[in-house]
Design a protein around this ligand. Structure first.
Ligand code: MN
Length: 320
């Protein structure tokens, strides 16, 4: 293993807030006990695994489900309390942790206000949205106040997956869920829904309205880099102010390596997006810090490009 001096910021790293999680006890979302334990740890256990993987800073975000799935009033109240507690956790180790907000998207204007509060008062770096908001994709106009505020504040919104909506789940995944329960989740369901979310953000015109807004996709772009040529070819027309689909994708999206430590997927992502739009993430505790950093270091990228992906690009995008 070659020595590594790059500063490493991992930006899709999860935790659980017990008070928020208590709202979802009825959902079928059991995780292995060792994962639950790691999600609840914001101290010794987490820091030890960060040290083992040479991760200097985790930008923390709540694991799904979060406030996307609550009624508006509850979502607003729980988002504020959850974000306040995250700020306290970050303050205990400010050289190791930073924060992404949870947003009460069921109440879009309040979500925009909460984003501003989190950025200006709590020092958060942006927000993570977990999947659909009570069955609705984010490109609906009711959610655009959130994008307006993020653009004004200059902070990104991370489009994180969640379990697919029930109607999709039933048709696409139910009959294989007993033998392959991962299919509806990280194996395919997360990717299909999150890529759809990203495509809809472009085709709805939301990114024409907010051309400076930056969105982040994990898992090396939820398969979209591989599909850009075909999407452009078959749309066969500009989608926004004379720009093609891939033009807008390259202007408004950054991608992270979370849970997708593939040389070929990374090569495709860099070829389509440019190295400046690729950021390091692990997806801890669902993937290992050491596996992530060891993988990035064994790629054939130059030291300069490795340094950009490991931390330089995050410093710029998140103003750290
Ligand atoms: Mn994740």
């Amino acid at each position: 293993m070659e020595s590594r001096t790059s500063f490493t910021i991992a930006i899709e790293e999860h935790y659980n807030d017990p008070d928020l999680v208590a709202h979802f006890t009825g959902l079928d979302r059991t995780r292995p006990p060792h994962i639950e334990k790691k999600l609840l740890d914001l101290g010794e256990l987490r820091l030890r695994e960060m040290d083992e993987g040479a991760v200097d800073i985790q930008v923390l975000s709540h694991a799904g489900p979060t406030t996307q799935k609550l009624e508006p009033e509850t979502a607003v109240r729980m988002a504020k309390a959850t974000n306040d507690r995250l700020a306290q956790s970050v303050a205990r180790a400010p050289d190791r942790f930073a924060g992404f907000a949870v947003l009460p998207t069921p109440a879009p204007e309040a979500a925009a206000d909460e984003l501003e509060r989190c950025v200006t008062e709590l020092g958060f770096k942006g927000a993570v949205v977990n999947g659909l908001t009570n069955g609705k994709f984010l490109d609906e106009r009711q959610f655009w106040p959130i994008f307006a505020r993020a653009e004004t504040l200059g902070v990104p919104i991370y489009l994180h997956p969640a379990l697919p909506s029930p109607a999709v789940d039933k048709v696409y995944y139910d009959s294989l869920s007993a033998t392959f329960p991962e299919l509806r989740g990280p194996v395919w369901g997360f990717t299909a829904e999150t890529a759809t979310q990203a495509i809809r953000m472009i085709l709805s015109g939301a990114l024409s309205e907010y051309p400076k807004l930056q969105l982040i996709l994990g898992h090396l772009g939820e398969a979209l880099p591989f599909m850009l040529w075909r999407i452009d070819d078959l749309l066969a027309r500009p989608v926004s102010d004379g720009m093609t689909f891939s033009d807008v994708f390259r202007r408004n999206f950054h991608l992270t390596t979370s849970g997708n430590f593939s040389d070929t997927a990374l090569a495709c992502s860099i070829a389509e997006m440019g190295v400046d739009r690729i950021l390091f993430a692990v997806d801890w505790p669902f993937a290992s810090n050491k596996a992530g950093t060891d993988w990035l270091m064994q790629t054939t990228l130059s030291d300069g490009d490795k340094a950009k992906i490991l931390g330089g690009n995050a410093k710029r995008l998140l103003k750290m």
